[in-house]
Design a protein around this ligand. Structure first.
Ligand code: KG4
Ligand code: ZN
Length: 331
């Protein structure tokens, strides 16, 4: 009887549950999005996020099992995001997983959300050739890492302040484009001219990032404007600056480390501009570009389930307790 992992993800504003085999085959993936709840606030409202998870988690688990056409007897273990994330949101997933694990008498493993993103590029088929440079760009984090294999990770540089996704979301809010900012800012940017010289903070300083200066430069530009902004031009200028920062750091990392591939994961990896420009960079540098399909770039539980298989293979099972600090050592 083939066994599967049930993955549960509730770190932010999506309640997600998936059933995944050891090879990364996704039997089911359910995502209950809360975007409609948070859009009027232009960002995630933590208390409302926790409450919405409570409402949707059990139906999402039931649906994932039904869609996968398996019974709980075929589940080897449950993998659940233990952090980083919003504490109220994390606790809903963690307590649900612990209860189910006790009832079904199977192990429950706490999974680092970022490790989930790092593994998302291997869902459904193995795409990553190691060693690899990984650019993780999400709503909560932005960093570059070197991966010797799918479990040996060395952090090369992360953001000193905001993530690039946070900058996208705030620019989306400033321009009244809605939430989440990523897709709407990208769409507006395609129609605009990048004619506003926004800064590129820390462009030539190592492999670390900084996005708060870029975000406030957009705010200052809009504050100082007398008339209405040309929304598309502001978006295009912001996206051009963000891309230049991300791609410059990737080029630097690829020059410093002899690797086979560049892997771009996390919600901002859904950006067509980033996908296209990363493709051009990889061609220039002679490395493969590995991208998860769009549905695995943003938060999902299939990536959490795949990361759970790594922990099972390593015989390492972090407890299903909240992990509030980002600790690369605990990846
Ligand atoms: O990985 P993710 O789903 O959640 C976190 O772990 O944070 O990433 C969410 C982020 C948000 O900031 C959202 O605006 C951004 O990913 N995003 C995008 C796109 N789709 C989502 N950013 C740029 N272009 C997109 N198409
Ligand atoms: Zn995420």
């Amino acid at each position: 009887m083939e066994k599967y992992v049930l993955g549960i993800e509730s770190s932010c504003d999506d309640t997600a549950v998936a059933v995944v085999s050891e090879k990364g085959e996704v039997l089911s993936s359910v995502i209950a999005s809360q975007a409609a709840i948070h859009s009027e606030f232009g960002g995630v409202f933590p208390e409302l996020a926790g409450r919405a998870h409570v409402q949707s988690i059990l139906p999402a688990i039931e649906k994932a099992l039904r869609d996968a056409s398996i019974t709980e007897k075929q589940i080897e273990a449950i993998g659940v995001t233990r952090g980083p994330g919003l504490i109220g949101s994390l606790l809903v997933g963690l307590t649900s997983a612990s209860g189910l694990g006790m009832g079904w008498d199977i192990p429950v493993i706490g999974v680092n959300h970022l490790r989930g993103h790092l593994r998302s590029a291997d869902l459904e088929e193995e795409r990553v050739s190691y060693p690899a440079i990984i650019l993780l760009v999400s709503g909560g984090h932005t960093f570059l890492a070197h991966m010797q294999s799918n479990t040996e990770i060395e952090l090369l540089g992360s953001t000193r302040d905001d993530s690039v996704g946070e900058a996208y979301d705030k620019v989306g809010r400033m321009l009244d484009l809605g939430y989440p900012g990523g897709p709407v800012v990208d769409r507006a940017a395609k129609k605009g001219n990048a004619n506003i010289p926004f800064p590129r903070p820390m462009l030539h300083k190592g492999l670390e990032f900084s996005f708060s200066g870029l975000k406030s430069a957009v705010a200052r530009y809009l504050d100082a404007l007398e008339g209405e902004p040309v929304v598309e031009d502001v978006a295009a200028s912001f996206v051009e600056a963000a891309m230049e920062i991300l791609l410059t750091k990737c080029r630097k990392a690829l020059k410093a480390y002899p690797v086979k591939s560049l892997v771009v994961v996390g919600g901002v990896a859904a950006s067509p501009q980033l996908r296209e420009q990363a493709g051009a960079l990889c061609e220039e540098m002679g490395v493969e570009l590995c991208l998860p399909p769009l549905r695995w770039s943003t938060d999902n539980a299939a990536m959490i389930a795949l990361a759970t298989w790594d922990y099972l293979r390593l015989g390492k099972a972090p407890e299903p307790k909240p992990q509030l600090q980002l600790s690369i050592a605990e990846f």
